[in-house]
Design a binder for this molecule. Sequence first.
Ligand SMILES: Cc1cc2nc3c(=O)[nH]c(=O)nc-3n(C[C@H](O)[C@H](O)[C@H](O)COP(=O)(O)O)c2cc1C
Length: 154
Amino acid sequence: MHDLPFRLKGEVVKGFGRGGKELGIPTANFSDYVVDNCLPKSIQQGIYFGWASLNGKRPPLKMVTSVGWNPFYQNTKRSIETHILQHFEEDFYGEELRIVCVGYIRDEADFESVEELIGAIQKDIEVSRKALEENFSHFKEDNFLFDEGDTSRN
Ligand SMILES: Cc1cc2nc3c(=O)[nH]c(=O)nc-3n(C[C@H](O)[C@H](O)[C@H](O)COP(=O)(O)O)c2cc1C
């Protein structure tokens, strides 16, 4: 189902900046190039969880990623937005993000209020944390995430 896992890497660009400011849930957005060219055609919009890395380096990081048009904000362009499940002081603009999406949680939804959207995302985060610890921990060693994987372990 949903062609999982799928893998993406690319530069982090500025989104609308609402994630951190309005929702308190910062997201790293992939560039339009990645959105338009690198997503497998069969991938449907929705919320996925998996592992991430920054600049091909360890440690592997737990993440949850939203793929789609953000119906709550009625975006006209599709986006891929990754929230890393730990706090970082700085944003990741210009850095290389790699993700391995291993599980699907739900479709994107519209909500009555921003609080409901935040509640849904917080639930996604908890579902992801649990699934990644209990059932999908082996994917954190996926070669795609690390520079060292390019030359070794084939
Ligand atoms: C785990 C997760 C779940 C999300 N679910 C939805 C959703 O159901 N509906 C929606 O409109 N946006 C959803 N979003 C997208 C947020 O609305 C988006 O990240 C926020 O608007 C920040 O966008 P920006 O970086 O372009 O400012 C989700 C984002 C994440 C990280």
